[in-house]
Design a protein around this ligand. Structure first.
Ligand code: MIG
Length: 632
């Protein structure tokens, strides 16, 4: 059908709510009983979003409760699918939007947009997959990360200096575990000042970066949104001199506290500011860095001149004692009241931050991505915490401060489906969980899912149990589960690059591949990965087996750390046993995949041409390139 038009006013009743106060507007839509609702990217809850209310308002809240309405990004695209409904809606608005699906108004979709600045698009196609594909064409292809970004990364908030980083790399080497990159969290900086390096902790960063690259390891530093108020610092001085920072209602530079203490926020909405901030990455690319993560860009604000000051100790305690943080009203890193006092200049007009809040992180991604493209003659890695629809053209995202629970592992799988629907095909969660203490069992099961996610990074918070793959005694089981990733990269990379070129999904709900299959529609714990693979990871504590639904005959592939065992399985339900050290996945009927012939220790050793085929006896169309040269 391919119709794509602004929403039909006869079908959807617009109603102005609170016209005096907020200029909000909304619409409702009557749902059929069997309608399923997909989408909304980074939100908590099931694949089917029905029965819940979500609020797009980018939020840094590390207590990911099942009923939390907002997360770090706003991805206002959803799909209603049932016997008679097949449409997708994209609500393009920079301010707060509420989506209530059969919740506030029973039996109805109820969308409330708080800004007059809104464009609403509907996409009508035959099924959810086609609707998504049309949407993905509208928003354009994902950025292309380098091949090494498909390797495994280790990270932890708390690695402080060269010694810590070397210890991690040695840990992986000695245990014969593969590794491609290590992230540098905020402690590499000089007093959390962006684009600086603490010289005591990293006396000669350039040669350290070089030395690690020669060992096959990339270092990936963090960059926070807030720029420390620090006369004498280049970023601060230039920002002030050229008027690049946001101002408050009194015309002074807006000031609020984040990790560095008081900071100013770059006005990423202006092109010249983006060009400047993107150019500041030169301080880091000159040191040899080629990958970055952007944090705190919701933006997170601990407190400001208009909100109650919190002590550093207070915030740290909230972090580590979830029960303490949860009891507080509002999340610690979102001094919402500050958003009313901070202004952008957009097209020459002063705009209150509150009205464009959801775009801030995405604009930072744009600044970083465009800057890095200029600075490097090769592909960069970038992943951001905050985002908005469209930002996938500049980088990937990770899903923020999850926790070491099986619940969050299941959420990770669901996130992968809904993020892919919104264009963020390069994404992943903190494998093993950020907050809380990870167990060996949880990390192994999590790795078995992350083996298939483009961004595969183990990350954890300070003061949690050590979570590197060598930190749980005998690493043998980890070697087995992690080595699968490196065998799979030829397939993962090929499917990712094809998906981006075709504006397609890399991972998707089972139902997208089997439209019309009633049973597949209700499956929320299996995913399709690329064209040929279905996964059904074990995501329950203590479970050694699980039920898997096969919509058609498939090849069951069992990997035990050495070889692959294949077995044709009939369509229908089956119970599969998966010991902790094995990974089982499925190849769809009449599909083949390629895997690396050899296990390797990093992507630098990987030969994409040295592959063997698994699955059915059909050709596999492998995408191949050097993994470095920028692609259009
Ligand atoms: O307020 O840089 O989500 O990944 O380790 C916490 C420290 C700031 C939040 C990020 C997390 C990172 C942490 N950051």
């Amino acid at each position: 059908m391919n119709s794509f038009a602004v929403i039909n006013r006869e079908d959807i009743t617009y109603e102005r709510t609170d016209p005096d106060k907020t200029q909000s507007r909304g619409f409702t839509w009557d749902l059929d009983e069997d309608d399923v609702i997909y989408g909304l990217g980074e939100t908590m809850g099931g694949m089917d979003k029905r029965g819940r209310t979500f609020v797009s308002y980018n939020t840094d809240d590390s207590h990911h409760r099942p009923d939390m309405p907002s997360m770090y990004g706003s991805h206002n695209f959803f799909i209603v699918e049932g016997k008679s409904s097949h449409f997708g809606i994209f609500v393009d608005s920079p301010a707060r939007v509420t989506f209530s699906f059969d919740d506030i108004k029973k039996g109805q979709v109820y969308v409330l947009v708080e800004s007059p600045d809104v464009a609403i698009y509907t996409i009508v196609e035959d099924n959810a997959y086609q609707i998504t594909r049309t949407f993905l064409k509208m928003i354009g292809p994902s950025f292309a990360p380098p091949l090494w970004a498909f390797g495994f990364g280790q990270s932890r908030w708390g690695y402080k200096n060269k010694r810590d980083i070397n210890r991690v790399i040695r840990g992986y080497k000695n245990a014969n575990l593969p590794l491609d990159y290590v992230c540098l969290d905020i402690d590499y900086m000089d007093r959390y000042i962006d684009f600086t390096v603490n010289k005591k902790r990293f006396p000669d960063m350039a040669s350290f970066v070089e030395e690690k690259k020669n060992e096959g390891i990339h270092l990936v530093p963090i960059v926070d949104a807030g720029v420390k108020v620090e006369p004498g610092d280049q970023t601060y001085d230039e920002g002030v001199r050229y008027n690049y920072f946001c101002r408050n209602e009194k015309g002074k530079f807006f000031k609020a506290a984040v990790w560095p203490g008081m900071t100013h926020f770059p006005d990423f909405f202006r092109e010249n500011v983006r060009r400047w901030f993107g150019g500041r990455y030169k301080a880091l690319t000159d040191l040899g860095f080629e990958g970055f993560w952007n944090d705190m860009n919701e933006p997170a604000i601990f407190y400001g001149e208009n909100s109650k000051q919190q002590s550093f100790l207070d915030m740290v305690l909230d972090f580590f004692l979830p029960s303490r943080g949860e009891k507080k009203e509002g999340a610690k890193s979102n001094a919402y009241e500050e958003y009313e006092h901070f202004y952008h200049v957009i097209g020459g007009i002063e705009v209150c931050h509150h009205d464009v809040h959801n775009l801030y992180g995405a604009q930072m991604m744009k600044a970083s991505g465009e800057g890095l493209k200029q600075l490097l003659d090769k592909r960069y890695l970038l992943f951001s915490r905050s985002s908005y629809i469209g930002a996938h053209r500049y980088g990937g995202i990770w899903t923020g401060d999850n926790s070491s629970t099986f619940f969050m592992l299941r959420q990770n799988l669901i996130h992968m489906a809904s993020l892919n629907m919104c264009g963020f095909i390069y994404s992943g969660a903190d494998t093993g969980g950020f907050g809380g203490n990870c167990t060996k069992e949880l990390l192994l099961r999590w790795l078995a899912l992350s083996d298939f996610t483009p961004l595969m990074r183990d990350h954890s918070a300070i003061a949690t149990r050590k979570q590197e793959c060598y930190a749980f005694g005998d690493p043998e089981d980890f070697r087995k589960v992690l080595s699968l990733r490196y065998r799979l990269i030829p397939y993962i990379y090929s499917e990712f690059m094809k998906a981006r070129a075709n504006c397609d999904m890399y991972m998707m709900p089972l139902s997208f591949g089997y439209p019309g299959d009633e049973k597949a529609r209700r499956i929320e714990d299996q995913l399709l990965v690329g064209e040929g693979v279905m996964i059904a990871p074990i995501m329950k504590e203590g479970a050694l087996s699980r039920k898997v639904y096969l919509p058609e005959e498939m090849m069951e592939v069992r990997y035990n750390g050495n070889g692959f065992r294949q077995e044709v399985c009939p369509a229908g339900e089956r119970v599969v046993k998966v010991p902790l050290h094995e990974v089982v996945f499925y190849i769809r009927k009449n599909k083949a995949i390629v895997v690396s012939n050899k296990g390797v220790q990093n992507t630098g050793q990987l030969n994409l041409y040295d592959v063997v085929k698994l699955g059915y006896d059909v050709p596999y169309d492998q995408y191949l390139d050097d993994g470095i040269t920028p692609v259009a």
